[in-house]
Write a protein that binds this ligand. Structure first.
Ligand SMILES: C[S@@+](CC[C@H](N)C(=O)[O-])C[C@H]1O[C@@H](n2cnc3c(N)ncnc32)[C@H](O)[C@@H]1O
Length: 304
């Protein structure tokens, strides 16, 4: 499903076997998950892959390459992609997005109260802090959300981070960005075997979220028109044609007037910008119909 693009990687100085493995990996990463392995990342990639070699008790990179193309290729490629992804996240990361979401809560409550379903998607949710921050924002404004048809889809390509997301139990340092009031209200303390504290998210919060392993470049078994999509700090690892392809699909998957939140260093590419109206920092509204770029430059009213 990815646009075809040459993935010619120019590597820093590495030996022949490493070079062969790296170009194989960069090809697989791009074809399977849209990930671009930049040359500067070669040492990190090699170090992460070395861990896989040790876990599989393999002696050589050539043996590993054989697995990547052998009968168990699908399983190992999944592990490889997991090694290559960056999973950094935190609660209420890029706080202004949750402020915007809060501003839309009255509309969301009205929609849900009048019998409509409300769907929010955290695409690339990593270990779950993003969908939990969304759920808490909803519950703060709509305490009865659990009895309404309001649901959050939390998806990621990486099975390992999804396991952590489903467990929804975090260390004290991971919860530092949550105010003491919210921590007390939505988390319960649990003891680790080493007696340190961990914080588990309450069931009332978790019940709003469904977790799913999903590669954004595979087909989406999703029929819903999303009211808001958070896809933050995910597409920075993709090339421009893949990003354009993805934003078009997000446009298709959201309802007119739906919100789109992207990461602080991401931008909606120019060729797709007529489909999303910027309403704030890295915050967009999905246009009902793609408006012409010409109309936009003339400053006409593009509201939905
Ligand atoms: C840096 S984290 C961002 C987490 C969260 N959205 C945030 O902003 O805090 C990026 C996540 O995107 C996921 N990801 C990368 N490529 C993906 C793909 N092709 N499909 C789905 N998820 C992907 C990674 O596994 C990782 O968990």
């Amino acid at each position: 499903m990815l646009p075809s693009v040459s993935n010619d990687i120019r590597l820093p100085i590495v030996d022949g076997k490493q070079k062969s493995l790296l170009s194989d990996i960069s090809k697989i990463a791009y074809e399977e998950a849209g990930l671009i392995v930049v040359p500067e990342k070669a040492p990190i990639v090699l170090s992460r892959v070395s861990k896989r070699l040790r876990a599989l008790k393999l002696d050589s990179m050539t043996d590993y390459q054989e697995i990547l193309h052998g009968p168990n290729a699908a399983t190992e490629r999944r592990e490889l992609i997991s090694c290559l992804t960056t999973n950094v996240t935190s609660f209420f990361r890029e706080k202004h997005h949750f402020e915007y979401l809060k501003l839309h809560m009255e509309g969301i409550r009205e929609r849900a109260k009048s019998g409509h379903e409300v769907r929010i998607w955290s695409a690339g949710c990593s270990s779950g802090q993003e969908p939990i921050s969304i759920a808490i924002t909803i519950l703060e404004a709509i305490p009865e959300a659990g009895s309404l048809d309001i649901r959050i889809l939390a998806s990621d390509i990486d099975q390992h981070v999804l396991k952590i997301a489903r467990e929804a139990t975090y260390t004290a340092s991971q919860t530092e960005s949550i105010t003491p009031t919210l921590l007390k209200k939505y988390f319960q303390k649990v003891k680790n075997p080493d007696c340190s504290n961990r914080y588990q998210v309450l069931r009332s919060v978790r019940d709003l979220i469904s977790y799913r392993e999903l590669n954004l470049f595979s087909s989406w078994p999703i029929r819903k028109q999303y009211d808001a999509i958070f896809c933050r700090n995910v597409v920075i690892y993709f090339d421009r044609p893949s990003q354009v392809h993805l934003w078009k699909r997000f446009w298709d998957a959201s309802r007119p007037g739906g919100l789109m939140f992207i990461g602080h260093s991401e931008r909606i590419p120019l060729e797709i910008s007529h489909r999303f109206l910027s309403i704030g920092t890295t915050t967009y509204v999905r246009e009902a119909q793609p408006t012409s770029a010409h109309a936009r430059t003339k400053g006409e009213n593009l509201g939905t």
